[in-house]
Design a protein around this ligand. Sequence first.
Ligand code: FPP
Length: 252
Amino acid sequence: MALGLFKNKKSVSQLSLENITLPEHIGIIMDGNGRWAKKRGLPRSAGHRAGAKNFRTITKHCANIGIKYLTVYAFSTENWKRPESEVNALMDLFKSYLEEAIRDFKDEDIVVRFIGDKTAFSPELQALIRENEECSKDRTGMVLNIAMNYGGRDEIVKAAREIAKMVESGEISSDGITEQLISQHLYTADQPDPDLIIRPSGEYRISNFLLWQSAYAEYVILDDVLWPDFSKEMLEQCILEYARRNRRFGNV
Ligand code: FPP
């Protein structure tokens, strides 16, 4: 397995999850479902199904090892440009997944939230989203943000509009616009910024994911692993790589 951006290959082996500070918030760009299917001569929808299965495995593992927040990129504001058949297959997958998720994440004590513009989804899917959020809201375990119809730019525009209204109404002056206020108007308000962002499948791009929140996130890109094959062990290696990074937040 070639691990792009793994800068500390030797020393990673001396660490274990028990003796490091875990990232509080992990973001994952679940990329490579299409290529995974193509390699097997299968339709892209089969890749997304395999990706959905793996999403459950990795989410549960994150919760089990003590991650507090996990954000997964399931559907971007730009993904509507895909062929109608693929978009429809993804919407069907989201529906069947959300029906099962209500039961599935109960035992794991996972709080399920959705980030993104939900109004674009069918009424049935929106109802399932609400049901998942409602029935998990009093749990105390890991918070799982599922980014659906999510775009970092779209989120910042939404925040800017809300804040502009506050200025227009005289609730705050323009000097009252601070980084903290903008953060509070994002979908992830009241959550810590991601510490670690993982992207399998070798694309060295942010793809409009958590643009504001990832200002100081550490990126780990896996060069030759497609999302359906991304394993629990790989997740742990990414976390160990993160632990070796020297985070300076602009300081020396
Ligand atoms: C990117 O791979 C993946 C997506 C656009 C969809 C991600 C969705 C899932 C993993 C489904 C499960 C999610 C939930 C919440 C049930 P790609 O299609 O761009 O792959 P490619 O780059 O190889 O074409």
